[in-house]
Design a protein around this ligand. Structure first.
Ligand code: GDP
Length: 295
């Protein structure tokens, strides 16, 4: 992943460097900062991370047989994994059914596509899935979701031509529940771009009040960059974010914005999107992800 891969360079430099340990740690921490800030990771988050690396590097002793440098790399790995949600994999199985998921995110982030992917994912786990087309702003969103639902064998609810997103969401969840859906995924609008999203956030709040979702998922484009921190924070204030899906991880994104979204919401990344196809969704594995970054 370009951007975050500079971190690998910082680690490579560390392994070649010599000199007193304290100076080494200091240089290394600076290189990590230099790698992460241009990768769109929120600055506060970078300093928090490097503070922890520095503290542990100076206070803890490496286990026998492990050099101080290897130890430094290991600490970096551990602290990054922690930031991305820790050791385990996220729990993607709903705790109970029916389970209502509300998707939020700005237009173009891949929300509607991801609703289709999730529907397929949960269908393959054996759940009866229904989707609701409550994006009443983007032309084509209704038809796109209807076709996706058809393709993956999910039930569908929508009201073509209607602008009443809150009403559609409420009626959709009710109707799909009656039809026996165990997982109901509600697609919503993302019309307003960054900085002009008052109306959008208000609508998200109203939909959430109307359907009382079991989980709100924030869809964020991996290429979003520095904006993702503020954006995620504002969505979180409107509708508390339960989990994050990072799309377009297959692209040329720097990817650090995803980390910032995690920091802004306290939510975990549950899935990543790795392509345009309905199959291209993966459960997020922090360890694998960080190992890939560090090389
Ligand atoms: P929405 O406005 O948020 O509902 O966005 P859409 O679902 O319509 O997606 C916007 C564009 O992003 C479409 O061209 C999708 O095919 C594309 N897209 C969505 N997810 C991914 C992904 O994980 N990888 C790639 N490469 N493209 C994606």
């Amino acid at each position: 992943m370009p951007g975050l891969e500079d971190l690998r360079r910082a680690v490579g430099k560390l392994l070649k460097r010599s000199g007193p340990y304290e100076a080494l740690v200091k240089e290394y921490v600076r290189d990590v900062q230099r790698a992460l800030i241009p990768a769109d990771v929120n600055v506060r988050l970078v300093f928090e991370l490097t503070r922890r690396i520095r503290e542990r590097a100076l206070q803890e002793r490496p286990p026998p047989g492990v050099s101080r440098r290897e130890w430094l790399v290991k600490i970096t790995y551990e602290e990054l994994v922690k930031l991305f949600g820790g050791d385990g994999e996220p729990e993607v199985k709903p705790r109970y059914t029916p389970y209502v998921i509300m998707m939020v995110g700005v237009q173009g982030s891949g929300k509607t596509t991801t609703v289709g992917k999730l529907a397929k994912f949960y269908r393959s786990m054996g759940y009866r899935v229904g989707v609701v087309a409550a994006d009443t702003y983007r032309p084509g969103a209704y038809e796109q979701l209807r076709q996706l639902a058809d393709r993956v064998g999910a039930m569908f609810y929508g009201e073509p031509g209607s602008k009443d997103a809150v009403g559609i969401a409420r009626r959709g969840v009710e109707e799909l529940r009656k039809r026996g859906a165990e997982i109901i995924i509600v697609d919503t609008a993302g019309r307003h771009g960054y900085g002009e999203e008052e109306a959008l956030l208000e609508e998200m709040k109203n939909i959430a009040e109307a359907i009382n979702p079991d989980e709100v998922m924030l869809v964020i484009d991996a290429a979003m960059g520095q904006k993702s921190y503020d954006l995620a924070k504002r969505f979180h204030e409107a509708t508390p974010i339960g989990s994050i899906i990072v799309t377009k991880m297959d692209g040329t994104a720097k990817g650090g914005g995803a980390l910032s979204a995690v920091a802004a919401t306290g939510a975990r990344i549950k899935f990543i999107g790795t392509g345009e196809d309905v199959d291209e969704l993966e459960v997020f594995r922090p360890k694998r992800f960080v190992a890939r970054i560090l090389g």
